[in-house]
Design a binder for this molecule. Structure first.
Ligand code: C5P
Length: 218
């Protein structure tokens, strides 16, 4: 049983990877199944929230009762977030957004030959930073997948992005799996959410976020 902690609240979630085209058939992406973001959408619905789920390409069924928006690239994800952020009380940025895209994507398939091929990349906008910098931002929750030094990187990331809550995990232990372990970082310090399936973790994360939101943390 989940108490309706988020009744009357609108939660905006990004999930999954983004895909940045190099040419008509090739692209750059991140490893992300979308499972964590979809589990958070599910848990938010259980807690009575209205949910908008903006998702990059995944193989997952859409949660019933969420408003779903499918996108491919980081630029499209940013546009979709801009369209929906005004009504959001909370923004949970779970998507594994590609940090770079091809500077000059080719409409036609690039033909191969034996020469070296240099691909020029340009940085993508940081969607979470954009939202957290709005004049009246929703309560922002970020994610960080690290391969080492979890605490150090997560704390630095929370400060840099200027967000009240960041959920961090070790990438090797999280990607594509049904279970995970999260460490939450906020102004009070760190809190371990021990290994569990992603829906259980999603519920615990939202209980923590809802409590901070209620207390009126930024
Ligand atoms: O800096 P890093 O990519 O590790 O930060 C991860 C957090 O920032 C995640 O919450 C992710 O959804 C968000 N992010 C974003 N847009 C980007 C890169 C990351 O919203 N271009």
């Amino acid at each position: 049983f989940q108490p309706k902690l988020l009744e009357g609240k609108h939660i905006l979630i990004t999930a999954g990877p983004t895909y940045e085209a190099i040419d008509a058939v090739r692209g750059i992406t991140n490893r992300s199944s979308g499972k964590m973001g979809y589990a958070i959408a599910q848990a938010a619905l259980e807690m009575g929230a209205a949910v908008t789920l903006i998702s990059g390409p995944t193989a997952l069924p859409k949660p019933h009762d969420a408003q779903s928006v499918d996108v491919t690239s980081a630029a499209e994800m940013l546009e979709a977030v801009k369209q929906h952020v005004a009504e959001a009380d909370m923004f949970i940025s779970v998507a594994a957004v590609a940090d770079y895209r091809a500077a000059r994507p080719s409409e036609q398939k690039i033909k191969k030959d034996d020469a070296r091929l240099v691909l020029e990349l340009t940085p993508n906008p940081d969607i979470l930073t954009h939202v957290a910098s709005l004049p009246k931002p929703p309560f922002c929750v970020g994610f960080a997948a690290e391969s080492e030094n979890l605490r150090e990187h997560a704390t630095a990331k929370r400060m840099k992005k200027n967000i009240p809550l960041l959920a961090a995990n070790l990438a090797q232990q999280a990607i594509g799996r049904d279970d995970n372990e999260l460490v939450l970082f906020d102004d009070a310090g760190e809190h371990l959410l021990p290994r569990a399936d992603k829906l259980t973790l999603a519920r615990a994360l939202l209980r923590h976020a809802a409590a901070l939101y209620k207390k009126g943390s930024r």
